[in-house]
Design a protein around this ligand. Structure first.
Ligand code: CA
Length: 657
């Protein structure tokens, strides 16, 4: 009896202890492998026990207010935080905006994540044995490499006043969390602060603000890690430059964290190199603070997604399937776990799903009322250029780890299974698209096999049946230049062949996809620093390769790129080529055609900015039997900024009909 009283008193002390509220912790993070999963997971070797397996769940409360219900694997409605912990999530990340509300108190959306919301999420994370990663944006709404807007209340402050306000805000927010009993494991000094923070762009000022934030963290949660967070690990030297400046200005922090969205952010090898460099040079811990991958190309909330089946010019390392999503997560964990001082991986917004499956109108009302979309119309009062124009629902519902009804996807098991492996028999998970082109005057030959991507992410050739009739093929011959999507079936899965009917292209290696320059030739008059065939899918017009140029010195970009073609049939031809680039200064760029060394036509071209391709055609190239045709592009740029740069791709020499 006495013993029981002691236990009860101890429990009461734990609940009402002098440090504030004690949350009764029911640690549900498994310490053993979860059995029975159909998910293929290759074990991550030597994964440290304390490796952070995190989930940003910032939107959950706004989702719940919008009527979203979450379920566990048994099909029972359950606190989503419990479900996350039960599947191996150790940390919950939450963004904090200073005051995401307009003058009338309407939320800007994106979860309306203020300090109060963060505490609500932190309490539930703590309850199930997880720790909180607090992501202060130091803005009233989204902060990322594109914008770091100052909170309205601080807009007239000088940097010293702003640092004081930032210190007080951080201290008070963390004190509130501490009072509520939230287990804070890490605090971020800004979100994706590549070149700015809180409206400041000068690094000395950024450093002052970071020092102020870090000081508050050390005072209130001395055991928590202090993190800085950047995006774009693919930008050569960017992270090292930032870390160096942090050192120069003596910013006190523990963790250098990166976003890693594989569609745009380079390879895992590059990520590992960059993080290793930071760990070795500056002695910091490193991690991936945000990553995600689509499990479907389909939108589920009537508000378009960042990534869909139609998104072009992105790196797609895995099919958009539940297994593909899990393979991505597993491989990011594997990469970070084997980097020096690699401490964790956090998934971004795995519980942000549609608020309804009825209609855009019904969802829109919820987004406006509860802030469960990325931005409400009210967000426009603070951020007119982005939120004010494009407000709407969730742009990542197809990257969640829950389905549109709130049921966990099998991929959620990956957070547990990476520790143990679950190498079930690999089977076909998706069929890789087949891309073909045929001459209008030639023969269409569809392949008898296609590549199946297995659950293990290996590739295997499998037989395919195409749903195409002889009559369909005749229509394609007669239909002129056009691309067709031919459906098929392989291993019971849908297959697609994208067949382009084209005029025969007399150029070889026309899109540089051989990965080498031959048979293209260059005449480098200016002595450019860089002029070569480059592999970079995001910078190519089509395929993975293009011709790249860059040169720092003024007037050093001055070259021609050309290809000679002999034994053309007599006739009239046209030549087409594309270019993009920037920092060009004054330019003289044109594509041209020579017949037996004599110019017969040229078309002026221009470069403006990244992603804006200029495509031009030289027409009426008359060729007699035995003549040699030379087609090419001449590029001359005076240069500006860091030097003129550009990309050239997809050259065509066709019969002109
Ligand atoms: Ca959507």
């Amino acid at each position: 009896m006495k013993k029981r009283w002691t236990v009860m008193l101890l429990a009461a002390w734990m609940l009402l202890g002098c440090a504030g509220t004690r949350i009764e912790v029911e640690n549900v993070i498994p310490t053993e492998k979860i059995g029975g999963s159909s998910l293929y997971v290759k074990k991550v070797e030597n994964l440290p026990d304390d490796f952070i397996l995190g989930m940003d769940a910032s939107s959950v409360i706004a989702e719940e207010q919008s009527g979203v219900k979450y379920y566990n694997f048994a099909g029972e409605e359950q606190d989503v935080f419990k479900t996350l912990a039960e599947n191996g999530i150790t940390h919950i990340r939450v963004r904090v905006w200073n005051h995401p509300y307009d003058a009338d108190g309407h939320g800007y959306g994106g979860g309306n994540n203020d300090v109060e919301k963060a505490i609500g999420i932190g309490e539930r994370a703590t309850k199930y044995g997880m720790k909180l990663i607090v992501d202060f944006h130091y803005s009233d709404f989204w902060a990322d490499p594109g914008k770091q807007m100052v909170p309205l209340a601080w807009k007239d402050m000088n940097v010293r006043e702003k640092a004081d306000a930032l210190y007080a805000f951080t201290r008070d927010a963390l004190k509130e969390m501490k009072k509520a009993g939230v287990a804070v494991g890490m605090v971020q000094l800004g979100n994706e602060t590549n070149g700015a923070l809180c409206g400041e762009k000068n690094f000395e000022n950024i450093a002052k603000l970071m020092q102020a934030g870090g000081k508050a963290v050390r005072e209130v949660y001395p055991d928590a890690l202090v993190a800085v967070h950047l995006a774009n690990p693919e930008r050569v030297g960017a992270y090292d430059g930032f870390a160096k400046k942090l050192g120069t200005f003596e910013v006190d922090y523990d963790v250098f964290a990166s976003s890693y969205y594989p569609y745009w952010h380079g390879t895992l090898e590059n990520l590992a190199n960059v993080l290793n460099g930071i760990a070795e040079t500056y002695g910091k811990k490193v991690m991936v603070m945000e990553t995600s991958y689509a499990y479907t190309g389909v939108d589920t909330d009537f508000s378009g997604n960042t990534i869909s089946d139609e998104t072009s010019n992105i790196v797609k390392d895995y099919p958009f399937t539940v297994q593909g999503q899990a393979n991505h997560v597993r491989n990011v964990i594997d990469t970070v776990a084997h980097v020096k001082n690699g401490i964790g991986v956090v998934y971004w917004e795995g519980a942000w799903i549609t608020v309804g499956t009825e209609s855009w109108e019904a969802n829109h009302e919820k987004w406006e009322t509860f802030g469960s979309g990325w931005a409400s119309s009210y967000g426009g009062s603070y951020d007119p250029d982005d939120a004010g124009r494009y407000y709407g629902g969730c742009a990542v519902d197809n990257q969640a780890m829950f389905d549109p009804e709130g049921r966990p996807l099998e991929s959620l098991r990956v957070w547990n299974l990476v520790r143990y492996g679950n190498e079930v028999e690999p089977k076909a998970d998706a069929i890789r698209d087949t891309v073909l082109s045929f001459d209008l005057k030639g023969t269409i030959e569809l392949p008898e096999t296609v590549d199946a991507i297995l659950t293990s992410n290996e590739t295997r050739q499998v037989p395919v049946v195409w749903n195409v009739t002889e009559a369909d093929l005749q229509k394609m011959y007669a239909g002129g230049v056009k691309t067709y999507d031919i459906a098929g079936t392989a291993e019971g899965l849908p297959a697609h062949a994208y067949v382009s009917m084209v005029n025969f292209n007399y150029l070889k290696n026309y899109g540089f996809e051989d990965g080498a320059q031959d048979p293209w030739k260059t005449e480098d008059r200016g002595g450019a620093d860089q002029l070569y065939v480059e592999e970079k899918i995001t910078d190519s017009l089509n395929g993975a390769y293009h011709m790249h140029f860059w040169s720092a010195k003024k007037d050093s970009v001055d070259f021609s790129l050309f290809q000679e073609v002999t034994d053309l049939p007599e006739g009239v031809y046209q030549f087409t080529i594309s270019i993009m680039g920037g920092d060009a200064g004054d330019t003289e760029i044109f594509c041209y055609a020579l017949v037996d060394g004599v110019e017969v036509g040229r078309a002026p071209m221009r470069i403006t900015s990244y992603g804006n391709w200029d495509t031009q055609t030289v027409k009426d190239i008359r060729v007699a039997a035995g003549q040699t045709v030379t087609v090419g592009i001449s590029v001359k740029c005076s240069g500006a900024g860091n030097g003129a740069w550009g990309k050239i791709d997809d050259a065509l020499l066709n019969s002109q009909n």
